[in-house]
Each structure stands twice: as structure tokens, then as C-alpha cells.
Design a protein around this ligand. Structure first.
Ligand code: ADP
Length: 249
């Protein structure tokens, strides 16, 4: 594979971060943030030092998915840096913790805000920084790939969506998560959105791993409760799937 887009000096805030994982999707609403947050807490549960960067400044979802005691990012005035907030040992940075209400910004401003949040945050020593990417493949995504060197990408998709996103040249796409694949009712398994698109993507692009997540009321409920599903139910089916995904990282 060709070289990743990143070709710069490592920003100070992320110099001690070993792996940066991008969680991406073609469009919104497919469960990208759900996967990013649960993957992060799974890695933390395995003993890793983990941070989550929510790169969606238009609709940050991290503040609804986790419930840190301190819901505002603090500044270190001397170093002019941002101190991430924390929930269950995972460091968190999101525009939703910046306390500025809804953002009305144009593209270049958005890139500036993302750049500042990501690179001036004091991430410290981390094994994994999980980036919840904004949906799609626009300028913001490209900027992100130029700011930091991604070590791996996870693509989240739904069964009806065959489109594949090209995160950045040279960034290995480690896994596809096909979300909302099926649900079980009355002893039967239903595939409301059809099936097979995930395996087709995986085959076509030579991606090593495919994971399927069912439509699961607990995933939806935990998304709003502030406690990630893998934390609320560490022995459940969803947690098992995330553990398998976690060991691929
Ligand atoms: P995205 O980040 O792609 O916009 P989210 O992760 O915010 O998507 O998910 C959109 C909504 O769908 C959220 O309310 C979330 O709780 C819910 N959701 C995601 N995956 C599942 C699932 N497998 N089962 C049930 N609800 C889900």
C-alpha cells in the first residue's frame, strides 16, 4: 500500500499516543459513534489506556453516550492546552464538552476547531486514541488524516449500504462492522435490511475482518443513558463482538 496522507511533525499532544484508530462511515445514523465508544471502552476493559476524540462538531454524540462528572473541558492556561475530561478512565474530547452551544461554522473553521481540539489536548500516554470521524469523505476527514497519522481504520456500515469509504491511502482498514444486521423475535431471525453487503465489501477490498451487530434495544438505550453497552453488560453478546473487534486492533 502507498504511504498514509500524513506527512508532518507529530503534534505535541499526541506524541505519546501509540495507535490512532479512525472509526468511519459513509453516512450518518449507521451507528459509527456507537461502535467508536463501545470499541474504546472494550479496549479500556482489556487494560489499555484509551482516549476518544469526537470529531463531529456539528452533531457531537459523545456527550450523550458517556456521562463524565465534569462535562466541560478545562484549559491549562500556562501550556495553552486542553485537559480532556474523563469517564471510567477513558479520556474524552468533544466539541460538545466545549460549552459553546451549537456550532454555526463553515468548512475551514470546522477544520480549525478540530485541529485545535485534537492537537492541543493533553492526551498523555495512550495505547489507543479512537477517533469518531464525521460521516462521509469530505475535507474534514482529509484534514484529520493530515493532522495525525492513523494506524488503523474501522468502517461502520448497514446491510443496505454497499458504498465503501476510502479512509486514506495507506491506512489499513482492519475491519468492517455491519450494524443493525438482524434481530431475533419469536425464535426466528429477521434481516430487515437484507444481507450480504458487508461480506461483499470485505471480499472486494480485501479487508481482514467482518463483524455483525444486531439491532439491539440495549445498544440504543445505552446510547442515551451515558453508560456504554459494553460497560453496562460486559458479558453480553454485544460485548463479545466488541472484544473480538478489540483484539484486531
Ligand atoms: P452515527 O454515529 O453513525 O450517526 P449513532 O452511533 O449515533 O450513529 O447511532 C444512531 C442511533 O442508532 C443511536 O440512537 C444509537 O443508539 C442507535 N443504534 C446504533 N446501533 C444500534 C443497534 N445495533 N441497535 C439498536 N440501536 C442502535
Amino acid at each position: 500500500p502507498s504511504r498514509p496522507v500524513f506527512d508532518g511533525q507529530l503534534p505535541a499532544g499526541i506524541q505519546k499516543v501509540s495507535n490512532i484508530i479512525a472509526v468511519s462511515s459513509c453516512k450518518g445514523g449507521v451507528g459509527k459513534s456507537t461502535v467508536a465508544v463501545n470499541l474504546a471502552y472494550t479496549l479500556a476493559g482489556m487494560g489499555a489506556r484509551v482516549g476518544i476524540f469526537d470529531a463531529d462538531v456539528y452533531g457531537p454524540s459523545l456527550p450523550t453516550m458517556v456521562s463524565p462528572e465534569n462535562r466541560l473541558l478545562e484549559m491549562n492556561p500556562e501550556k495553552r492546552s486542553i485537559i480532556p475530561t474523563e469517564y471510567m478512565g477513558v479520556k474524552l474530547v468533544s466539541f460538545g464538552f466545549a460549552g459553546q452551544g451549537r456550532a454555526i461554522m463553515r468548512g475551514p473553521m470546522v477544520s480549525g476547531v478540530i485541529n485545535q481540539l485534537l492537537t492541543t489536548a493533553e492526551w498523555g500516554e495512550l495505547d489507543y486514541l479512537v477517533i469518531d470521524m464525521p460521516p462521509g469523505t469530505g475535507d474534514i476527514q482529509l484534514t484529520l488524516c493530515q493532522i495525525v497519522p492513523l494506524s488503523a481504520a474501522v468502517i461502520v456500515t448497514t446491510p443496505q449500504k454497499l458504498a465503501f469509504i476510502d479512509v486514506a491511502k495507506g491506512v489499513p482498514c482492519v475491519a468492517v462492522v455491519e450494524n443493525m444486521c438482524h434481530f431475533d423475535a419469536d425464535g426466528k431471525r429477521y434481516h430487515p435490511f437484507g444481507r450480504g453487503s458487508g461480506s461483499q465489501v470485505v471480499r472486494e477490498f480485501g479487508i481482514p475482518h467482518l463483524f455483525e451487530l444486531p439491532i439491539q434495544p440495549s445498544l440504543s438505550a445505552s446510547g442515551d443513558s451515558g453508560v456504554p453497552d459494553v460497560v453496562a453488560d460486559p458479558q453480553g453478546e454485544v460485548a463479545k463482538t466488541f472484544q473480538e473487534l478489540g483484539v484486531c486492533m
